[in-house]
Structure formats: structure tokens, C-alpha cells
Design a binder for this molecule. Structure first.
Ligand code: ADP
Length: 471
């Protein structure tokens, strides 16, 4: 009951509001039309005044049967405006002269084209109906919106004539439509103008949102969000390029410097040459490594890194990686433990997972002082596999922890590249994290303090890995 009253009330409100809006729109339209018609009429009267003044001036000193015709033609030529038509008729309502008698200046059809219907018959009827009804202004049907006509009798040399001035209503009709369309499309025009201005260099600019709540506002906001994402992505790309070229410059400079030193003195011993070549090899290996990492990240960013997933055992891969890094650990007298006893079948890209585990193991060994220990563990935890790599290194300062997965981030920037610890470009952890995410998993720093750090990777045990890793 209450519901139906409420619904009826709402319907009434909506109905009344709609009616008010329609009446308002109609009244606006009428007022607009009325004012344009008034303006057009006074314009026509003014034109007629001007026309007659010119005509009188032209015929003042002239006489003869053609004097009026020549003067009128001159007046038509002088008052010739686009969309206006003049005709002078004599007392028998025969056309003496009209705009048609004037050679067309413009080869384009309009408005001369529409003069076609304005023949003597048409003009005669107009003048007759005007004198009958005493209406000097009239609306006339015709092509392209019709005409507004003004009929004015005048005397010249004792004879009565009638001047007819016609204005094509086509531009006004167009204007109404244009006005209405323009009003509602104004925000779209503003948006597209602004959108056209936004380029790679001005990606921080945004579209104007005139009304948050309507569809256009929604469109503008969606577009702005798109620009936000593009802007961020451009920014990342720019930073990536700048950092990458910076990282590549150093090893290239070392390579060139070492080669120049080796070539500078002719009397070098074979041992010295071997030493130089060893440096060149180590540095070019490092360079290759960085280039490969950059290539991986660039392809990952473009969502174009093809994954080749297959079935294998994660525990075996973990054991294999630990075995591979054994010599590195041994060189630093680091104890390396591996606890991956269970059988852990997985469907994943083995080469990429190997790279992730080796990156983590390399870091653990690299940052742990001599005599420390590194422990790798892998087990099933619910629907996922948890892989942890713990070391007894110095830990990562708390304020730097949020940044270690960023590209090119190195906690100890002062460490030189040529050092024997093989300091990387700060890309290892970004790549490792991307690999985990490409497998719908994650990589985190689980713990880091003065007693050491633990990195933990979680991978879905039953992952539906797609063929292309998309970030
Ligand atoms: P890098 O090539 O410098 O090793 P990574 O992306 O692998 O680059 O690591 C980024 C930074 O994180 C390193 O420079 C280091 O400061 C810190 N880090 C990574 N792993 C460890 C760890 N096991 N112990 C201490 N610090 C670490």
C-alpha cells in the first residue's frame, strides 16, 4: 500500500518535472525563434532603406525609360549579401529587375542556386498577397528552410514600384540545430580538444571533468585514469632507460680502459697480457649478464616473455641449484644446507624458476661473510609451495627493505663493479620477483635483521601457467 503510494507519488513528480522541462524547452525555443525573426525583420527593413537610398542616388540625375532599371541593378550590386535576394516590380506587378539579372560572381551554386524558384510568378504572388493582407513581412516556403520576405512599395519618378527583399532562412534553421547540438556536445568538444593536445611530452595533463556524475564525466575520468597509467608506465620506461644506460656505461668503460692499458706499452710479459685478458673476460661476462637481465625485463614489461611450462619436481630443481652454488659457498667457507625432502611436482617454466632460485642463492652467498651459513628449504603449505633461502649475513637496513625489489637498487652503491664478489646491477631481485609473479606466485623478504635475511617464494602447487608472462 505504502509502496504503491510512494511509487505513484514518484511517478507524479517525474511526470510533472518532465512536463515542466518540456514546456521550458519549448518556451526557450520560441523565445529564441522570436528574437531571431525580429532581428531578421529589422535587418530586412534596414536593407530596404539602404537599397532605396542607393537607388534614389543612382537615379537622381538620370532619366529615360531604363533609368530605374539601371539604378536598381546598381543598388542590388551594392547591397549584395549572401543569402539575400532583391527584386523590384512595377505597378503591374511585373518584375523590372532582380538579383537574378546580376551576373553571378561566385561560381558556387549557393545561394544563386536557390534563386531558381524565385521567378516572376512567385514574386508577383508574393506582392499581391502582401497588399491583400497588409502584411509586409512574410514567411515563404521554399527549398532549404524557405525565406523571410519583406515587401515595400515606393514611388520613383511619379510611378509606384514595389521592392521585395528576401532572406534565406537556411542559415537560421541550421543555427537552431547547431545551437542545440552544440550546447549538449560542448563537453565532448572540450574533451577532444584537450585529448588532441596531450602527447608524450605532456602526458601529465588531464581532460576536464565538467560533471562527475554523468556519462561524459565518467568517460573523462576513465580516460584520465588511462592517462595516469600511461604516464606511470612512460615514467618507469624513462627511468629504466636512464638506469640501464648508466649501468652499461661502467663495464664498457672498464673494458676500454683495460684494453688501452694493455696496448699502451709494447714490452709486456705474456703474464701481464693474460691478466688483462682475464679482466676483459670477467667484465664482458658481467656485461653479458646485465644485457641479458635487461632484455628479460624489457620483454617482461612488454608482456612478451614466452613461458615454456612443463611438469617436473621442484624439490629436485632446488637440490640441483644448491649443488651448482656449492663451489661458490665453499670458496667463502659457507655451510650450505638444503632441506627439500618431499616430492613436490610442479607445472612451471623450469629455466625461469632455476634463474629465480640461483639469483636468491647467489645473493645469500654474496652478502654472507666467510664462515656463515645458508639454508634452503622447500615444502608444501596448503595449496602452494613455500621456498625459503635464509642466510647469516648482515641483514638489510629497515629503511632500505622496501626498495630492494626495485630495479637497479643496490643497498651499497659504493661497492665497485670490478670487485670479486661480482656485484650485480641491482636487477637480480626484480627479475626473481617477476618470475614468481609470472607463475602466479610471490616473492617476499620474510625476515632481515642483524642475524641474517630470509627470502621466501610462494608458488601455486597447481598453477595454470599461461604461455606468455604478462605483468
Ligand atoms: P644485486 O645485483 O646488487 O645483488 P639484487 O637485486 O639481487 O641486486 O639485490 C638488491 C640489493 O638487495 C642488493 O644490492 C643488496 O643490497 C640487497 N640484498 C639482496 N639480497 C641480500 C641478502 N641475502 N642479504 C643482504 N642484502 C641483500
Amino acid at each position: 500500500m505504502l509502496e504503491s503510494v510512494r511509487i505513484r507519488l514518484t511517478l507524479w513528480y517525474v511526470g510533472v518535472l518532465a512536463l515542466v522541462l518540456v514546456v521550458l524547452a519549448f518556451a526557450t525555443y520560441l523565445i529564441l525563434r522570436e528574437s531571431t525573426v525580429k532581428r531578421a525583420d529589422s535587418n530586412l527593413a534596414e536593407l530596404a532603406d539602404g537599397f532605396l537610398t542607393t537607388l534614389q542616388a543612382e537615379t537622381k540625375d538620370e532619366s529615360g525609360p531604363d533609368a530605374l532599371k539601371r539604378g536598381a541593378l546598381q543598388a542590388i550590386a551594392e547591397h549584395r549579401f549572401r543569402d539575400y535576394f532583391y527584386a523590384v516590380l512595377d505597378s503591374t506587378d511585373a518584375v523590372v529587375v532582380s538579383s537574378r539579372d546580376l551576373p553571378s560572381v561566385t561560381p558556387t551554386a549557393s545561394p544563386e542556386e536557390s534563386y531558381r524558384i524565385l521567378d516572376s510568378d512567385f514574386l508577383r504572388k508574393l506582392v499581391q498577397s502582401s497588399s491583400r493582407s497588409d502584411r509586409v513581412f512574410q514567411n515563404l516556403r521554399g527549398e532549404r528552410g524557405g525565406y523571410r520576405g519583406y515587401v515595400r512599395p515606393f514611388a520613383e519618378n511619379g510611378q509606384t514600384y514595389t521592392l521585395v527583399v528576401l532572406q534565406s532562412l537556411h542559415p537560421q534553421k541550421e543555427m537552431y540545430g547547431y545551437f542545440l547540438a552544440r550546447k549538449s556536445l560542448a563537453p565532448v568538444v572540450a574533451m577532444s580538444t584537450q585529448a588532441g593536445r596531450i602527447g608524450a611530452a605532456t602526458l601529465h595533463e588531464r581532460l576536464p571533468v565538467q560533471n562527475e556524475k554523468d556519462e561524459l564525466g565518467h568517460l573523462a575520468r576513465s580516460f584520465n585514469h588511462l592517462l595516469d597509467r600511461l604516464d606511470q608506465s612512460f615514467d618507469r620506461q624513462r627511468r629504466f632507460m636512464a638506469d640501464a644506460s648508466h649501468e652499461l656505461r661502467t663495464p664498457v668503460a672498464i673494458l676500454r680502459g683495460e684494453a688501452e692499458v694493455a696496448l699502451a706499452r709494447p714490452d709486456r710479459t705474456p703474464e701481464e697480457y693474460r691478466e688483462s685478458l682475464a679482466v676483459l673476460r670477467a667484465e664482458s661476462q658481467r656485461l653479458t649478464h646485465i644485457v641479458e637481465d635487461l632484455f628479460t625485463l624489457a620483454r617482461a614489461d612488454a608482456g612478451q616473455y614466452p613461458l615454456s611450462p612443463h611438469d617436473f619436481y621442484l624439490d629436485e630443481l632446488v637440490a640441483d641449484c644448491t649443488h651448482t652454488t656449492r663451489t661458490l659457498a665453499l670458496a667463502k667457507r659457507i655451510t650450505l644446507n638444503c632441506d627439500a625432502a618431499q616430492e613436490l611436482p610442479i607445472h612451471a617454466d623450469e629455466a625461469l624458476l632455476r634463474r629465480m632460485i640461483l639469483n636468491l642463492l647467489d645473493n645469500a652467498i654474496k652478502y654472507t661473510p666467510e664462515g656463515g651459513s645458508v639454508s634452503v628449504a622447500c615444502r608444501r603449505e596448503g595449496g602452494e609451495y613455500a621456498l625459503s633461502i635464509a642466510d647469516t649475513g648482515p641483514g638489510i637496513p629497515v629503511e632500505l627493505q622496501p626498495h630492494i625489489f626495485e630495479r637497479f637498487f643496490r643497498a651499497d652503491k659504493a661497492r665497485t663493479h670490478a670487485e670479486s664478489d661480482g656485484g650485480g646491477a641491482g636487477l637480480g631481485l626484480s627479475i626473481a620477483r617477476w618470475i614468481a609473479e609470472a607463475h602466479h606466485g610471490r616473492l617476499e623478504l620474510a625476515r632481515s635483521d642483524a642475524t641474517g635475511s630470509t627470502f621466501a617464494a610462494y608458488l601455486p602447487a597447481k598453477s595454470a601457467v599461461s604461455a606468455v608472462a604478462v605483468r
